[in-house]
Design a protein around this ligand. Structure first.
Ligand code: AHM
Ligand code: MG
Length: 333
């Protein structure tokens, strides 16, 4: 049996490819994988352990009900980044404001992290795949000082590294540092993330579309026409596409990355700016999509070019196979 390439081996063998200093990257991924393993264990034991399933009894800044696991995952990632000393501050879906880590060693950190600790909240209690999404930037503020809002509000095109952890039938880490996309599977025997999906490429076109079609009557006319086009024989493949919607962005994105497809969360009457958050949901997956040959837009503009105005900004989101996203855009007026 061939020896698997671990994440650390991979980073050390590809040092020249990274915008982040390799020793910093090793530490950052040590933080991320440490938290991911904790969350993965909690998810896999969720039905057996008290105080893990169900609602926390609070709503987050988005007005959404927090699940207990949302909070467990948020704490796990914050603790890991805090103790790793590379990160000087974070912003996450579960915290209204950004956090600056004020320990003297953290103040020396050169990077900030933005993350959604547990995406797909509505699937937590029903044993359906969920994920963590993260993004790393170089700080703008001087090293040695507290992190600032300006550090957090950087355009997606300035990301140094972005990735996700998918807690599915296996636990996977997929990331890019701007030199392609690679996927690692958590080996439960060795407890190591090992390279399983090298150089991932998103097919230029697929036959899957993912959208919450319960919203179809609340969308702009161009989008309803595009969905009809997906369902018709007139589309680019000559056969109706299959509808596949998990309702966990990471899982829907990951499937489309491998098989080809489009994921859409548009602006709708009930969510006039869209539902998904630019900084820690759309930007990281847009970086990965582009690095794998796909596209990510608001339906009109490239996601990675948007200048963020606020931490929890929402945007309409069209992401996936290049030809499919371009076709969807051509239907919007
Ligand atoms: P969350 O961060 O609160 O889980 O919200 C984001 C999720 C995405 O994972 C998913 O694609 C979408 O919301 C599902 O929303 P809806 O239930 O409106 O279809
Ligand atoms: Mg989310």
């Amino acid at each position: 049996m061939s020896k698997h390439i671990t994440l650390n081996d991979f980073i050390l063998h590809h040092q020249q490819d990274f915008a982040i200093k390799p020793s910093d990257l090793v530490q950052l991924f040590s933080d991320i994988t440490q938290a991911a393993k904790t969350v993965s264990i909690d998810i896999r034991r969720a039905g057996l352990v008290d105080n893990i399933l169900g609602a926390q009894g609070e709503t987050n800044i988005q007005g959404e009900e927090q699940q207990k696991l949302d909070v467990v995952a948020d704490v796990a990632f914050i603790q890991a980044f805090k103790s790793g000393n590379q990160i000087c501050g974070i912003a996450s879906e579960e915290n209204e404001d950004f956090l600056s880590f004020d320990h003297p060693t953290s103040l020396q950190g050169k990077y900030i992290a933005l993350f959604d600790p547990l995406d797909g909240s509505s699937n937590i209690d029903v044993n359906v795949s969920i994920g963590t999404i993260f993004s790393i930037y170089e700080r703008k503020s001087p090293v040695g000082t507290p992190a600032t809002l300006e550090d957090m509000l950087q355009p997606g095109k300035d990301q140094l590294c972005a990735g996700y952890v998918l807690y599915g039938s296996s636990t996977m880490l997929v990331f890019t540092t701007g030199q392609g996309v690679n996927g690692f599977t958590l080996d439960p025997v060795s407890d190591e993330f090992c390279l399983s999906h090298p150089n991932m490429q998103m097919p230029v076109i697929g036959r899957l579309y993912a959208m919450n079609e319960g919203n179809i009557n609340e969308c702009e006319v161009g989008l309803t026409k595009y969905i009809k086009y997906c369902q018709s024989r007139e589309n680019q493949t000559g056969k109706p596409y299959s509808g596949r919607y998990i309702g966990s962005l990471v899982a829907d994105f990951h499937r489309n990355l491998i098989k080809g497809g489009i994921y859409i969360y548009p602006d709708v009457l009930t969510a006039p700016e869209g539902k998904l958050r630019l900084l820690y949901e759309c930007n990281p997956l847009a970086f990965i999509a582009e690095q794998a040959g796909g596209l990510a837009t608001t339906g009109r503009e490239r996601i990675l070019d948007l200048i963020p105005q606020k931490l929890h900004q929402r945007v309409p989101y069209y992401v996936g196979s290049k030809d499919m996203v371009e076709k969807a855009m051509s239907f919007l007026s």
